[in-house]
Ligand binder design. Structure first.
Ligand code: FE2
Length: 448
């Protein structure tokens, strides 16, 4: 939210002024009412200060709707708005003043509306007791929906008006918003739990809720941390390969994208799509085990050198086989140069003997190689590369995966890389041939 347009400033201003207006109108309660506002406000500050960061980085998500919804039941609309306004005291580092003000206004307004809806639906403001159930559930549920929808609608508005276009665009946000609204509603249910516990535990009700909530959040954070460690591991290995063989810069990433396109097209399960994404990133990791002078050799290869290149799938397996999360990706890495007709390497497997991941990778790998600029030829147009894939379909490539890739490219397009701009000391290196290019197979000279 760094570059704020006048429209965004106006929007944020309106949200903040509206929030202030609903709070100032009152009515306010007695000293005990204020004490409860303070306790729930403190709960919200704790949530806000420990928010989970989402991608893109500008967004943070926290279960603070449970505090504001509890306030809607216990204190009414104005009390809920006041608790929502405590967002301003969140200790999270990062948000700018404008973001902080907007978040505060947004939380106060959505809490206020939730409180109004709760009352309008016949909900009784105050500490619920045994006779309140189950009739409090419906007003509370509707209030929680209004809270979540208001929150996300206001947020979508500010994202649309600021520079976070890719988040406010069409693809990620819809799915993400639905998930966030669903989890908001789930956490919202804790609001009713806090309110119900209040009659027994009083001010300790939030503490009793906080403990299991934080244990669950800690567990989820561990999984997210593990995911980041996976990404970092794969990223570092990729970087190492591209440092050693930099005429194929970006190749791993594009093979990964192409493989995911095929995997999605054939309806692969989500976990397998994720695994093939890793396989694409790491398919040539075995180049780390091939002597650099062979990889960078400009002329024809001797038989020994060719054999060294052919070893790279096995070397790849050796390098990453202990990385547990790669699972099926390992088979893809080891067999990505097999051919359907059995004339590939390292094992000479044929047809269905070749693991599915490897057959997918082979298509994406060859396609990216053909549509990239090489020293001995320019990048071939996408249509020409597709024709080449079709030509070798059934001999080198699995026809089903060629067809799936072509269908995905025709629908979603393909961004071929820009020709590389290389420093003078890199010029000799790019003369090496590409072992993935079906149009320019590696040539061997007999050294005997
Ligand atoms: Fe390879």
């Amino acid at each position: 939210m760094a570059r704020l347009s006048w429209a965004a400033r106006l929007y944020i201003g309106v949200v903040v002024v509206l929030a202030a207006a609903v709070i100032i109108r009152g009515p306010f309660g007695d000293i005990r009412w204020w004490r409860n506002v303070a306790v729930l406000g403190l709960l919200l500050v704790v949530f806000e200060s420990t928010a989970t960061l989402l991608r893109p980085r500008q967004l943070a998500w926290s279960p603070n709707s449970s505090a504001t919804l509890a306030a809607a039941v216990l204190l009414g609309p104005v009390g809920a708005a006041l608790v929502g306004a405590c967002t301003i005291f969140g200790m999270r580092r990062g948000p700018s003043l404008a973001q902080r003000l907007f978040n505060t206004g947004m939380m106060a307004l959505s809490a206020y509306l939730a409180g109004r809806v709760f009352v309008a639906m016949g909900g009784q403001v105050g500490v619920p007791n045994a006779t309140s159930f189950p009739k409090v559930i419906l007003p509370f549920a509707v209030a929680a929906v209004v809270h979540a929808v208001t929150n996300h609608a206001l947020l979508a508005g500010v994202l649309w008006l600021t520079s976070d276009r890719d988040f406010a665009g069409r693809r990620a946000p819809l799915g993400m918003s639905i998930k966030l609204i669903a989890s908001d509603l789930g956490y919202g249910a804790f609001g009713l739990l806090i309110a119900a516990l209040w009659s027994v535990a009083g001010l300790f009700a939030p503490v009793l809720i906080l403990i299991p909530l934080f244990v669950a959040r800690w567990a989820v954070a561990q999984i997210a941390e593990q995911q980041r460690a996976y990404e970092a591991t794969v990223g570092a290995l990729c970087q190492a390969v591209e440092t050693k063989d930099f005429y194929t810069r970006g190749h791993s990433d594009r093979v990964s994208r192409g493989s995911v396109m095929i995997a999605r097209e054939i309806g692969m399960r989500r976990e397998r799509v994720e695994a093939i994404r890793y396989a694409g990133m790491l398919h040539d990791v075995g180049k780390l085990g091939v002597p650099t002078k062979v990889l960078q050799k400009t002329g024809k290869l001797t038989e020994e050198e060719y054999a060294a290149i052919q070893l790279h799938p096995m070397r790849g397996l050796d390098i990453v086989r202990e990385i547990g999360f790669l699972d099926e990706a390992l088979a893809g890495i080891m067999h990505h140069h097999e051919r359907i007709d059995g004339r590939g390497y390292p094992m000479g497997l044929a047809g269905d003997e070749i693991p599915e991941f490897a057959r997918v990778l082979a298509v994406a790998d060859a396609f990216d190689s053909m549509t990239s600029t090489r020293s001995y030829r320019g990048a071939r147009p996408v249509d020409e590369a597709i024709a080449e894939l079709r030509k070798w379909s059934g001999t080198q490539f699995d026809p089903a995966f060629v067809a799936a890739f072509v269908a995905a490219i025709k629908r979603d397009g393909w961004h071929s890389p820009e020709p590389p701009v290389l420093a003078a000391d890199e010029l000799t290196v790019i003369a090496a041939q590409d072992h993935d290019d079906p149009g320019a197979p590696l040539r061997v000279i007999d050294s005997r």
